[in-house]
Design a protein around this ligand. Structure first.
Ligand SMILES: *Cc1c(COP(=O)(O)O)cnc(C)c1O
Length: 353
């Protein structure tokens, strides 16, 4: 930490923390650190937010060698700033890095650097209900070389973006199209890494679904297109006949921290929850039998996102009877309560700045 250099901006931006949306504005400063083979990770610094200078041949621009994370800082009712399981995000960033041949970094140190950056930018954490400061750590390969090899140089960067409430008009169920044509990832591939390639692979399917009036697609497994995987920015859960089921982490699914938190909360509430493969046919069979009670996605951005409609091979499963007694509502309120400090943090998930 002693070697963390700080260069303050001479032109602080005018903060307008209303009508934020998602990921559109960025704070005054960012964190940057470099990697070279001889020095390892070095020169950690907080500098004014601004353009990067990378060589046009930098490997990330050609071969996509890069990984990222997404987490949030929340302002509690005392005005303090708190993080939700940030150590899990840095652990996952290192696991993603390993899959992409990116060198490991010191997770504890990275968290200290993040906290130092947040302390400088604390006035950028909005205070309106359900707003937050979105944190985007990422690592990119910067070696100037067109050969297909793991890069010898990298940059580790953290940028911050104040974001609005995900549901400005209240908790709103989404319509999802089950993807029959495209696949996102296969076992043995990059599906479990938070890497840019997975998002590139999902754009076309997402656009086609949006044209048909859906907000996202539900991916099926890449081999048989039979088993449910995830939504692409969210993991998926089904409540069937009183039991909650979510696909297991077999390598092609992103191991969501919200997913893990939801499983732990359900267990603590004594609600049966299992991580098991479930085929899309089983989901529709449960619907036809009147046993599909709830469907929801989990992820940092939306926290919990109820699904009202699933469409597959021309059939529609409608699950639109969500109310205050629904599991989705209880999970949403409880998780947000922990994140914003209005619920007791019984799992020790919160770290204050
Ligand atoms: C980030 C992400 C999620 C959600 O993970 P959280 O840790 O809960 O935010 C789910 N699926 C994919 C593909 C992701 O990239």
């Amino acid at each position: 930490m002693e070697n963390l250099k700080i260069i303050k901006t001479q032109q602080p931006k005018i903060k307008n923390l209303t009508d934020l949306g998602f990921g559109k504005i960025f704070t005054d400063h960012m964190f940057v650190m470099d990697y070279t083979e001889d020095k390892g990770w070095h020169d950690p610094r907080i500098v004014p937010y601004g353009s990067l200078s990378v060589d046009p041949s930098a490997s990330v621009l050609h071969y996509g060698q890069g990984v990222f994370e997404g987490l949030k800082a929340y302002r509690n009712k005392e005005g303090e700033i708190q993080l939700f399981r940030p150590e899990a995000n840095f652990a996952r960033l290192n696991r993603s890095a390993e899959k992409l041949c990116i060198p490991q970094f010191d997770e504890e140190l990275a968290l200290k650097y993040l906290k130092a950056l947040l302390k400088m930018e604390k006035d950028w954490v909005p205070s309106e209900p359900e707003t937050s400061l979105y944190i985007r750590p990422y690592i990119i390969a910067t070696e100037a070389f067109l050969g297909v090899n793991p890069s010898q140089n990298y940059k580790f960067i953290i940028i911050l973006s104040p974001v609005g409430a995900y549901y400005p008009e209240g908790f709103k169920p989404v319509k999802i199209m089950v993807e029959e044509k495209y696949v996102r990832a296969v076992r043995g591939g990059l599906g479990e890494a938070k890497t840019m390639a997975n998002y590139a692979a999902s754009l076309l399917a997402g656009e086609e679904a949006k044209k048909k009036g859906f907000s996202q697609v539900l991916w099926l497994d890449g081999i048989n297109q039979k088993y449910v995987e995830e939504v692409g920015t969210m993991n998926i859960f089904f409540k069937i006949d009183g039991e909650v089921i979510t696909p297991p982490l077999l390598g092609s699914i992103l191991p969501g921290i919200t997913r893990d938190s939801v499983i732990k909360i359900l267990k603590s509430w004594n609600i049966p929850v299992k991580e098991e493969r479930i085929s899309i046919d089983e989901v529709f069979q449960a619907y036809k039998n009147g046993k599909l009670e709830e469907v929801f996605g989990t992820g940092t951005a939306a926290v919990i996102s109820p699904v009202s409609e699933l469409v597959y091979k021309g059939e529609t499963a409608l699950v639109d009877n969500y109310d205050d007694e629904s599991l989705v509502t209880k999970l949403y309120n409880y998780l947000l309560g922990i994140q914003y400090g209005t619920e007791e943090d019984q799992f020790n998930w919160v770290q204050k700045l």
